[in-house]
Ligand binder design. Sequence first.
Ligand code: SAM
Length: 204
Amino acid sequence: MNLVEGLIKQKYLKTLKIISAFRKIKRINFLPEKLKQFAELNNPLPIGYEQTISQPQTIAIMLELLQPKEGDKILDVGSGSGWTTSLLSEIVGKSGKVYGIELIRELKKFGEKNTEKYNFVEKRIAKFICGDGSKGFPEEAPFDKILVSAAADKIPSNLKEQLKINGRLVIPIKNSVFLIIRKSDRFKEEEFFGFSFVPLIIEK
Ligand code: SAM
């Protein structure tokens, strides 16, 4: 059984739109040449600059919490290999927009290049930006959804503030993943334990 079918069987992947994005946007296209042979492993893999493409199971869990929908405007913090930006672009479609923000210039280029195969940038669904995503992307806020795939010590308040009402933020904090939903007068938070991520670099 291949990786994606395994994630469905184990119920990490549940939502039809997310499942079909995982089937179409293949992880192999987001790996460095010499690691392509390991694309089907349910492990994080190195993409250079001490960074990784996340474990597929973790991305599945995070996207199920994020619940991306057609037409959403999404900020993807730490676009890295471009895999999550491409998965999200496939889900939001032509009426949506995904901003992939990456701190390391070379990885921003790597992710953008890997995404070419699916033409999301050409179709103006995805846009890659080099910058510090811990501060969000105020130029395009507010967002329906914000996904962060590097771990912070605490939830950056800028990110919460850049959510629309009923917007969802999924972010690793230390060894947990948090789901934060903005309500009209407050934020609802839920914590899920037992994860490991590369650190979110916070520039001064
Ligand atoms: N979503 C990525 C993927 O699909 O490959 C995951 C990449 S990795 C787990 C996390 C990424 O976050 C790294 O590429 C790292 O350079 C980036 N990163 C760390 N701190 C950041 C920050 N403050 N702003 C933007 N990107 C950051």
